[in-house]
Design a protein around this ligand. Structure first.
Ligand code: P6P
Length: 336
């Protein structure tokens, strides 16, 4: 297969993105540029002590903001605002959405929601981290400033979503509703190459990812599912599943996408509504996983059906291989 750069791939597949006259390419190009800058800073973080550690501030979540969280947020927002193709951005790091309120951007058709650096507390210990993004067409009138309603759309309305994983290599994985493709960054020439065409998650898997430290306060169906994963009678080889939990959503998600598996962040005593945010973490990954043949639910609901009530709304989150989610859903519905 001709080795595509992501730029060539976008041009080749532009026609499959209905109604777009190149704006999506510009959005992905902005994300590509910002990710190269962020990747460079993450990879030198171990050497450049001044960009490690806490910024001393807290984000809207009350979470300790790392210096690289602030850097990544500024980098993605600057790159996205510069192309004149989106009218606003909502970010994990900002209390409210940011309106790019000028004539050019007010005429733009799209909005972007982003978690600029998920799992950033892992950077200091050299664990992979990621960026997650989601793209919608605006609902409010063209030529006017973006509105909150533009950002509070159900996941089914997404026109694109994806993630960057900054690990042993930096990868961009995204969908525009026609399958999922992965691109690996070659820092030597500064280009992302198509390395994982048409990604599909195995329909079943033998990996479960959850913070078992919270087990005692999980709802009974989740406890029963974890017991099911640990029993030896549910796979041909009669072995229990493997427990793999990195504590970095994008890293756990990426491994499970390739190998098969389930990631769970249930409601618990510490997180009564779950920890992960619907708009810029759960929905974009749900779009990707369904395009790759998997499933994503929030207890009885399909993630992509949920209409967000607020920008930073948290939901219980279960995502991964189809048959693994089916089994969990069976236990939830039977209310065991
Ligand atoms: P816990 C990182 O803070 C994050 O949002 C995800 O990347 C990760 O999967 C999860 O939280 C880890 O949370 O409570 O298990 O440490």
């Amino acid at each position: 297969m001709k080795s595509f750069t992501v730029g060539e791939f976008i041009v080749e597949t532009q026609s499959t993105f209905p109604g777009s006259s190149g704006e999506l390419s510009k959005i992905l190009s902005a994300i590509k540029l910002a990710s190269k800058i962020v990747s460079h800073h993450i990879n030198k973080a171990g050497l450049a002590k001044e960009i490690l550690g806490s910024s001393g501030a807290e984000n809207v979540q009350g979470e300790d903001q790392q210096k690289l969280d602030v850097f990544a947020n500024d980098t993605f927002i600057n790159a996205l605002s510069a192309r004149g193709v989106i009218c606003g951005v909502a970010s994990e790091e900002n209390d409210s959405y940011i309106a790019f309120d000028d004539r050019v951007n007010n005429d733009a058709k799209y909005v972007v929601l982003i978690d600029p650096l998920d799992g950033s507390s892992n950077i200091d210990v050299n664990v992979s981290v990621g960026t997650i993004f989601s793209v919608f067409r605006r609902k409010s009138g063209k030529g006017t400033p973006v509105q909150l309603e533009d950002f509070l759309q159900k996941g089914d309305n997404q026109v694109a979503s994806g993630y960057l994983i900054y690990g042993s290599s930096t990868m961009l994985v995204y969908t525009t509703g026609n399958g999922v493709n992965g691109f690996t960054f070659d820092p030597g020439i500064g280009v992302f190459f198509l390395s994982h065409p048409n990604m599909k998650i195995p329909e079943n898997g033998a990996i479960y990812s959850v913070n078992e430290g919270n087990l005692s306060s999980f709802k009974q169906p989740v406890k029963d599912y974890i017991t099911y994963c640990q029993s030896s009678n549910n796979l041909e080889d009669k072995k229990p599943y493997s427990s793999r939990y990195i504590g970095s959503l994008v890293a756990d998600f990426h491994r499970n996408l390739i190998k098969g598996g389930i990631y769970m962040y249930p409601s618990s005593a510490n997180a009564p509504k779950g920890k992960l945010r619907l708009t810029y973490e759960c929905s974009p990954l749900a779009f990707l996983i369904e395009q790759a043949g998997g499933r994503a639910i929030s207890e009885e609901k399909r993630i992509m059906d949920i209409v967000p009530k607020s920008l930073h709304e948290r939901v219980p989150f279960f995502i991964g291989s189809k048959y693994m989610i089916d089994k969990l859903e069976e236990l939830i519905k039977s209310g065991t």
